[in-house]
Ligand binder design. Structure first.
Ligand code: UT7
Length: 342
């Protein structure tokens, strides 16, 4: 007899209100609205206001997901993020306390844009062993806080936001049950996505860091190639584990890295374009928040529906990648995407 499985019970998404359009970026950087749209599919992204941190976004999305699940309780809080409120301690315990969940197990997961898939696998494992019964799983990023304001490439791509999912203990054959997750990494390419300073490597070298080394750096062209190959391979493995063909996938929820990347992954898999979920035009690449934000928005909009065979896939720094399959349950999602001009 198999043990309990983690089942999706509610979703939430929260975006900071400040909208930054491509024209806003073009007003101070050597870029254009047409370059950004054509190369990335992004029209605008959100940015946190002064003093707003990842924990604030996580609390808002987490609150909405708990409400959607019909219960304010959780015994475990997992936060996937690249931009914790501070290097130490983890942000998740404070998020848990602010949500009235003091006493819950709480930890952060660091896998850059694959963070949500890694956190999902960890949470599903905790439920399967009986260690947890209700997990609040959040992906949140204040990515703009690590961007070099003068780097037109990263400034154009990344955005801030948060998405959250509540998982409850259920049966493996139920709709919403998270099956086997496929995860992988290749640390030989850790230099392709990095923040050079601020960790023990730089600190132990002595002397102050170059201020420029505190910014996020990415070798976009190389990352692009890896992203397409790795996400496609992980998705194939997840499909094989579920016993699905690409033709049977109703919805592809891929990390919103770049519209060209998700299009290429869908094409290589043989998933028709109309089954590919996308919100990158409005929110940009929100790293660890990307997949839960997409799932919450699409559920709230009625485009991700009960019974949909859904394929999740992500890729990020590390390098890391992951994929999973879920038959979408009857579930509620609450989303707050109220906007104001920059
Ligand atoms: O989230 C997971 C990890 N991240 C990703 O998956 C992102 C992966 N990479 C990408 O999405 C793309 O590589 C980028 C969007 C970052 C760049 O697009 P690209 O088509 O790969 O452009 P490129 O890097 O090959 O650059 C082409 C040209 C370069 O100029 P030269 O050398 O040809 O003169 C860039 O300097 O475009 C230039 N460029 C820009 N021009 C206008 C780069 N960024 C911009 C910009 N505006 N914002």
């Amino acid at each position: 007899m198999s043990g309990p499985a983690a089942v999706i019970a509610g979703l939430g998404a929260w975006l900071p209100p400040r909208v930054v359009t491509n024209d806003d970026l073009a007003a101070r950087l050597d870029t254009t609205d047409s370059w950004i749209r054509e190369r990335t599919g992004i029209r605008e992204r959100r940015r946190v206001g002064a003093g707003m941190a990842t924990g604030d976004l996580a609390v808002e999305a987490g609150r909405l997901a708990l409400k959607a699940s019909g219960s304010d309780s959780a015994d475990t809080v997992v936060l996937a993020t690249t931009t914790p409120d501070r290097p130490c301690p983890a942000t998740a315990p404070e998020v848990a306390a602010r949500l009235g969940l003091s006493g819950a197990a709480a930890f952060d997961v660091s896998a850059v844009c694959t963070g949500f898939l890694y956190a999902l696998a960890a949470a599903a494992g905790l439920v399967a062993t009986g260690t947890a019964e209700r997990v609040l799983l959040i992906g949140a990023e204040a990515y703009s806080t690590i961007l070099d304001p003068d780097d037109r490439t990263t400034a154009a791509i990344f955005g801030d936001g948060a998405g959250a999912v509540v998982l409850r203990a259920g049966r493996p054959e139920e709709p919403g049950a998270v099956g086997r997750c496929v995860l992988g990494s290749d640390g030989d390419h850790s230099d392709l996505i990095r923040i050079p300073a601020g960790g023990s490597r730089q600190r132990s070298a002595g002397g102050p860091a170059d201020p420029q080394d505190h910014y996020f750096r990415m070798d976009g062209r190389k990352v692009y190639r890896h992203a397409v190959e790795r996400m496609t391979a992980a998705a194939h493995q997840a499909l094989a584990a579920a016993g699905w063909t690409a033709d049977e996938v109703d919805r592809l929820a891929a990390h919103q890295a770049n519209a060209r990347i998700t299009d290429a992954v869908a094409e290589r898999l043989g998933v028709p374009p109309q089954r590919r979920l996308a919100n990158i035009g409005r929110v940009g690449n929100t790293a660890a928040a990307s997949v839960p934000l997409l799932l919450a928005e699409e559920t709230a909009a009625g485009r991700l529906r009960e019974g949909d065979r859904t394929l999740l896939a992500a890729f990020g720094g590390g390098l890391t990648w992951g994929a999973a399959t879920v038959v979408w349950p009857r579930v509620t999602a609450y989303v707050n995407t109220e906007a104001e001009a920059a």
